[in-house]
Design a binder for this molecule. Structure first.
Ligand code: FUL
Length: 503
């Protein structure tokens, strides 16, 4: 809350007729009048529509996390096991979760989600509700526990831990009957109660046949309630959340329009999910806050295959722009190999990727601009344009409630050359901007349109041709409520993803 206390105390006496003896009542009258006019409270904007929980905001701010697909498929060179694989197969020679966590940390990732149980049913931890687990493997004489090692490694490196547990189980004898839902609940309960805080529970919507040849009717309410009971702050991933949603593809492509809100009533993960396009773009004014998570692998497969190669830095940058840069969290899969280590090719690639990101975003040209807004909420400094470049997530530029199409103009003393524009909405108050465009002043001083775009959300990065100018303006063309923007960035990416220059 901001008070416009600009009372000229020292000069107050000049407002009072000097030839009169100063009467206390006159002073009180003047002070009250000035206080009334000057000390108006500028209220923050009301939240708009479905808004994120504190855990969802913290989750979104993680931006890039690591996915680790690891299990029997790593040893059979397959993507899906059929559940008949012997436990003997699981024999990593040098498993080191610390290496996973340090790699994630060097890559600037904030969390790791491991496939504690994939569709083949094998459990990477000693789950007492199954015999198809590490206990019956030769690894560490059956005394190993990947979740426990990962927990420790994450703790050592300040990384959060999440787990993928597939409801589809091609090994569980009860799969396809009501009894399986209870077995799955106990499995979840075990994994979620033994290893401390879990930031994300990943539910795969896949639902095929089990050993009996039958499919399972999943009790999603039971599964979600179990997560909520043991890990109340965990973000539950599924096609329809409730914590975050699948983005609808595995190629790293979030919709250019991407609302974090989604209508989820009467939908379920898997075949009962909304259409792929809806998952990709969300619903404008959707009933719940269910932001998009973009899961994609650094290699062609999810599991490690010796003949596959990791993606190039250019491909990873493209994925960054089409995921984080489109209001989504990037969950990048980096599969450990048969030793139980992330291959050096992959870890090197991740470090190169991180260096590229750090270089691109090191110099925010907006810091050198004079930024003017067509409207500032209550003319208050608190909601002024300084908030756009102060690196404080909780401060933001906002307009008066009735101003839905404001303009921000950035003036530079010397021309700047750039090809990326980054904007962030203050999502604790909801997602508001529906459409905007960007203009630049050409050498003749004429404003020209550079690009048009739709949603912003937590983060939007626009890729534009390389442009040199002394002024840029961002014009919000449509907003569901007064815009609340907490950051602006103007950058030059020399990696060459956009080479064309603006004439
Ligand atoms: C899919 C699974 O079938 C794949 O094996 C992989 O785990 C991917 C992340 O989700 O639904």
């Amino acid at each position: 809350m901001h008070y416009l206390c600009t009372i000229p105390w020292t000069s107050l006496r000049y407002y009072i007729p000097l030839k009169h003896k100063i009467d206390n009542n006159i002073i009180i009258f003047f002070i009250s009048a000035i206080l009334y006019v000057s000390c108006r409270t500028v209220e923050p904007p009301e939240p708009y529509g479905a808004c994120p929980s504190a855990s969802q905001v913290a989750w979104q701010r993680m931006e890039i996390n690591m996915f680790c697909h690891f299990g029997p498929n790593t040893f059979t060179d397959k993507e899906w096991g059929d559940g008949t694989e012997t436990e003997e197969l699981f024999a990593p020679t040098n498993l080191d979760c610390n290496q996973w966590a340090t790699t994630a940390k060097k890559a600037g990732m904030k969390g790791i989600i491991v496939t504690a149980k994939h569709h083949d049913g094998f459990c990477l931890w000693p789950n007492p509700h199954s015999t198809h687990t590490v206990v019956n493997s030769p690894w560490l004489d059956g005394k190993g526990d990947v979740l426990s090692l990962l927990r420790q490694a994450c703790k050592n490196n300040g990384i959060k831990m999440g787990i993928y547990i597939s409801p589809w189980d091609r090994n569980a004898p009860t799969y396809g009957s009501e009894a399986y839902n209870e077995t799955f609940r106990l499995t979840l309960e075990d994994a979620l109660s033994r290893y401390g805080d879990i930031f994300e529970q990943w539910f795969d919507g896949a639902n095929g046949e089990g050993p009996s040849g039958k499919k399972q009717k999943y009790d999603w309410e039971l599964f979600n309630n179990t997560v909520k009971r043991f890990q109340p702050n965990a973000i539950i991933f599924s096609d329809v959340g409730p914590g975050c949603r699948w983005v609808g593809n595995e190629s790293g492509e979030t919709g250019e329009t991407c609302w974090s809100t989604l209508n989820i009533d009467n939908f379920t993960p898997g075949t009962g999910a909304p259409p792929i396009d809806t998952l990709n773009q969300g619903n404008r004014n959707g009933s719940h806050w269910v932001p998009a998570e973009t899961d994609v692998s650094i290699r062609p497969g999810w599991f490690f295959h010796p003949n596959e190669k990791p993606k190039s830095v250019e491909e990873l940058l493209r994925i960054y722009y089409t995921s984080v840069g489109r209001n989504s969290l990037l969950l990048l899969n980096v599969p450990p190999d048969r030793r139980g280590l992330i291959a050096s090719e992959d870890s090197l690639r991740l470090v190169e990727f991180r260096n590229a990101l750090d270089n691109i975003f090191a110099n925010n040209l907006a810091n050198y601009a004079k930024i003017e807004a067509s409207n500032i909420r209550g003319n208050s400094k608190e909601y002024g344009t300084a908030a756009l470049i102060d690196n404080d997530f909780n401060s933001y530029w906002a307009t008066d409630d009735n101003i839905l199409t404001p303009t921000l103009t950035l003036y530079f003393d010397n021309p700047v050359t750039f090809n990326r524009i980054m904007l962030q909405e203050y999502i604790p108050l909801g997602q508001r901007v529906e459409r905007f465009h960007v203009e630049y002043k050409d050498a003749k001083g004429i404003w020209r349109t550079l690009t048009t775009a739709t949603t912003i959300g937590y983060k939007r990065i626009l890729l534009i041709p390389k442009t040199t100018t002394e002024a840029i303006r961002i014009i919000i063309d449509k907003s569901l409520a007064c815009p609340t923007i907490n950051a602006i960035g103007i950058y030059l990416d020399e990696w060459g993803t956009t080479t064309q220059d603006t004439p």
